[in-house]
Write a protein that binds this ligand. Structure first.
Ligand code: ZN
Length: 161
């Protein structure tokens, strides 16, 4: 379930149980419902897909964890050198570790085995290879998108664009 701040900015994800608790206690309102229905003794209750807090809260400073899976997701499972996506991928240090390159969001990219081998222990410039786009830390709303395997349609308005 997607939680929006009072001003409709995305805040993060929560479980159905916690999201429902927010709505039932009056601390949040339903913005969009999901296809799920909760069967309560009194009446069926549509499970929200998006809720909005009624009071403004400060955004938590949590950052998306740097992991192999999250880097591959950020790069949409696409080799950042040749653009292929239906191939086995590894993580490439843009500036090689042996040359002082850091293990960080802005120095790691998805690379296919072929490009990784071709690049070897060189920088992209030295290897004559170009990155599709410079790697960077995912922004707040992008980090939320990366947490779900598939973006529910109603979320797009708040997370994409
Ligand atoms: Zn490649």
């Amino acid at each position: 379930m997607l939680v929006l701040n009072q001003g409709y900015e995305p805040l993060g994800l929560t479980s159905i149980r916690r999201g429902l608790a927010l709505v039932i206690s009056g601390r949040a309102e339903t913005v969009a419902t999901s296809h799920l229905t909760l069967h309560t003794p009194s009446a069926p209750y549509p499970v929200p897909s998006i809720v909005r807090l009624k009071r403004f809260v400060r955004r938590p400073h949590g950052r998306l964890a740097l992991s192999r899976r999250n880097v591959l997701r950020r790069d949409r499972y696409t080799c950042q050198y040749c653009g292929k996506s239906n191939v086995e991928l590894t993580l490439d240090h843009v500036i090689p570790k042996s040359r002082g390159g850091r293990t960080s969001w802005d120095n790691l990219v998805a690379a296919c085995l072929r490009c990784n081998a071709k690049k070897g222990n060189r920088t992209p410039e030295e290897a004559g290879m170009r990155l599709l786009k410079p790697p960077r830390v995912p922004r707040y709303h992008e980090a939320i998108i990366l947490e779900v395997p598939e973006l529910p349609e109603p979320w797009r308005a708040y997370l994409v664009g």
